[in-house]
Design a protein around this ligand. Structure first.
Ligand SMILES: *[C@@H]1O[C@H](CO)[C@@H](O)[C@H](O)[C@H]1NC(C)=O
Ligand SMILES: *[C@@H]1O[C@H](CO)[C@@H](O)[C@H](O)[C@H]1NC(C)=O
Ligand SMILES: *[C@@H]1O[C@H](CO)[C@@H](O)[C@H](O)[C@H]1NC(C)=O
Ligand SMILES: *[C@@H]1O[C@H](CO)[C@@H](O)[C@H](O)[C@H]1NC(C)=O
Length: 392
């Protein structure tokens, strides 16, 4: 260091006094210029902040469904700037479409595209779909439609060969109108078989919560008992497997809890992919957490699904279902809350232990595309909700 300093000093050329004064002057004026420039930028930034504040009318979030008064967080939100804008994930999700003005309600209504008054609810497991099946069964009496649902299967085949897909589509196309048909199965493209399109609906859930729910569900004693009564020849589970908790399963690198990008499983008892139910029965739909599958699933939701609800927000889900598929869902919100006690225990697993945020974060790092898909569905649901322009 000292060596270097010395050599530098030695080589330094003597600068005349005049020149150094000139340099000082240039430095001073550029500082002044920069100061003026940044202060201009600053005021322009402030202007932009003000414009970024969402309008009152559009800012209608799901949690406000039942309350007319804005909550205190709403007030904070109105009075502060950009930072606050990003602080509340829910507000962000509901309001990120503010700049696109009022969503086009017709473009968001795929019910209009259906050729038949038949709902095809290709239900994703562990998203509250049992509750929704039961709700639809009760609605079938008041709204007068036929109710058809799948029976428990020994092995749930959701990913079908072309011929089986065709048979399924034919059988749905042949049921009398109006009807609802419910089954755990991947998205089935009726147009491909020249069959009339049904009204597609489904539900999704936070992918990490869902995978934990599945893990404990298949270990629950009541689930195992019911399975054994239905299928006595099923092998008994290993007690070690039953005792294993999800946290250690993840932390110890157990194969059951390894979620590797691009992994392909055969679709039997593999429930890591919510996107599979929206992508379809093609081989390209299998690789876990990949961009191709994500994009296909998003496109199918956008083009085909009338409504994809969110387990975490039942009120918005039920309201959107009522308004976009009224023939089947009118009165659903009231029916649900009037009979909530008889719904809230359906398939609930009281034995599920808590999972730490640390372990959830480990999973979130591997479920990025699944999470993106979930957020996409959430945004679309809120967009459909806002398009209704409900007041109060
Ligand atoms: C959902 O709606 C019901 C009935 O209107 C209401 O009692 C409940 O508080 C609402 N829940 C939320 C989270 O807004
Ligand atoms: C369904 O099939 C039709 C006809 O082959 C095709 O045009 C359409 O893109 C398919 N839709 C999806 C979501 O794959
Ligand atoms: C997450 O993915 C990485 C990279 O593929 C892998 O090494 C790791 O074991 C995975 N973790 C879990 C819990 O699946
Ligand atoms: C969507 O379309 C269906 C079928 O045409 C109609 O019954 C329903 O009222 C529409 N919903 C909205 C919100 O436009």
């Amino acid at each position: 260091m000292i060596m270097k300093d010395n050599t530098w000093r030695k080589r330094r050329l003597p600068i005349p006094r005049k020149t150094s004064e000139l340099i000082a002057l240039i430095a001073l004026s550029s500082t002044l210029f920069l100061f003026l420039y940044t202060s201009d930028l600053h005021s322009r930034l402030r202007e932009m902040e003000v414009r970024l504040q969402p309008g009152d009318e559009e800012g209608f979030s799901a949690s406000q469904l039942s309350s007319e008064e804005p909550t205190s967080t709403d007030m904070d939100f109105e009075s502060s700037g950009v930072v606050q804008y990003y602080s509340d994930i829910n507000r962000k999700l509901t309001e990120s479409y503010v700049n696109t003005n009022v969503p086009d309600i017709e473009a968001l209504n795929n019910t209009r595209k259906a050729d038949k008054a038949v709902i095809f609810f290709n239900r994703v497991p562990k998203v509250g779909s049992e509750t929704f099946a039961e709700l639809l069964r009760r609605l079938s009496t008041s709204n007068e439609f036929h109710f058809n649902r799948d029976l428990p299967q020994k092995y749930e085949f959701v990913f079908l060969a072309k011929q089986d897909e065709f048979e399924l589509a034919k059988s749905i196309a042949n049921i009398p109108e109006p009807s609802v048909f419910i089954k755990h199965v991947c998205f089935t493209n009726f147009t491909e078989f020249n069959l009339p399109e049904p009204i597609y609906m489904n539900l999704v859930r936070d992918p990490v919560e869902r995978i934990i729910s599945w893990y404990y569900y298949i270990r629950a004693p009541w689930y195992l008992l019911a399975r054994r009564q239905m299928f006595p020849d099923l092998p008994l589970p290993d007690p070690q497997w039953l005792k294993k908790d999800f946290e250690s399963c993840v932390l110890e690198g157990d194969m059951e809890c390894q979620y590797i990008q691009g992994d392909i499983a055969n679709g039997i008892s593999d429930h890591r992919r919510q996107t599979l139910f929206f992508c379809g029965h093609q081989q390209e739909c299998l690789p876990f957490n990949t961009v191709g599958v994500l994009e296909r699933a998003k496109m199918t939701v956008e083009k085909n699904y009338a409504v994809v609800g969110i387990l975490e927000d039942l009120n918005t889900t039920l309201t959107v279902l009522e308004k976009y598929i009224p023939r089947f869902f009118q009165g659903a919100l009231n029916m649900y809350w009037d009979q909530v006690n008889s719904f809230s225990n359906i398939n609930r697993n009281p034995l599920k232990p808590a999972t730490s945020e640390k372990v959830k974060d480990i999973l979130r790092r591997n479920f990025t595309k699944e999470i993106e898909f979930y957020q996409f569905c959430q945004q679309r649901l809120y967009k459909q909700f806002r398009a209704l322009r409900l007041t109060n």
